[in-house]
Write a protein that binds this ligand. Structure first.
Ligand code: HEC
Length: 177
């Protein structure tokens, strides 16, 4: 190997190594790499329509963007119960502030939340299961960076609660609600 080739090879190796380390650092939240992970999450959250369900007012046609992603006051009534799109801001009491980024990413890719419950299928996690691990982490990084908003949303409710809670009812053709 000539000296010039050798230097070439060495610098490619060193630069390649540095790029790999930068990529790994991208999995942290700090620095430029963390910022680009957050930017990727911002992009994904917007094109994947999380706000369509998780921002209050959207389901009734008046999204309250000042309360972005803080959960819906209208639930979805399905055969298995009534499910309210949760508060996705990092509020520790009413949102997902107590979840790690890995736990959020796992919920998106497997539908399993801390405690082991499987999310109702109206939350499109079966589609989100196709996210790459890095994109799921990018979404989690973005959600963790949102301002925490205190907004309590009911957890899963039995179908019998329909009389007292506002919920959209999805009815199969030929069936009664
Ligand atoms: C079609 C409506 C809909 C869309 C779109 C949607 N979600 Fe959801 N999501 C829900 C509902 C309803 C629940 C509650 C389900 C349950 O409790 O079983 C939920 C639950 C969750 C949870 C669990 C939170 C908790 O406290 O248990 C997370 C995390 C989540 N969604 C993230 C997202 C993200 C991120 C997006 C966009 C990439 C998104 N969702 C898009 C309806 C939706």
């Amino acid at each position: 190997m000539s000296k010039a080739n050798w230097i070439d090879w060495l610098s490619t190796g060193v630069l390649g190594g540095a790029a790999a380390i930068a990529m790994l650092l991208g999995f942290g939240t700090g620095g430029a790499a963390g910022a680009s992970l957050r930017a990727r999450g911002d992009y994904l959250v917007h094109i994947m329509d999380c706000t369509g369900c998780h921002t209050p007012g959207t389901l009734s046609g008046k999204p309250d963007l000042a309360a972005f992603l803080s959960g819906s006051d209208i639930g979805f009534r399905l055969p298995g119960g009534i499910f309210f799109p949760s508060n996705l801001t990092p509020d520790p009491r009413t949102g997902i502030g107590g979840w790690s980024r890995a736990e959020i990413a796992r919920a998106l890719r497997t539908g399993r939340i801390p405690g082991g419950r499987e999310l109702a299928p109206i939350m499109p996690w079966r589609s989100f299961a196709h996210l790459t691990p890095r994109d799921a982490l990018a979404i989690a990084t973005y959600l963790k960076s949102l301002p925490p908003i205190r907004h309590a949303v009911p957890g899963p409710q039995p179908p019998s609660a329909a009389a007292r809670l506002p919920a959209m009812t999805l009815v199969l053709p030929g069936r009664r609600p």
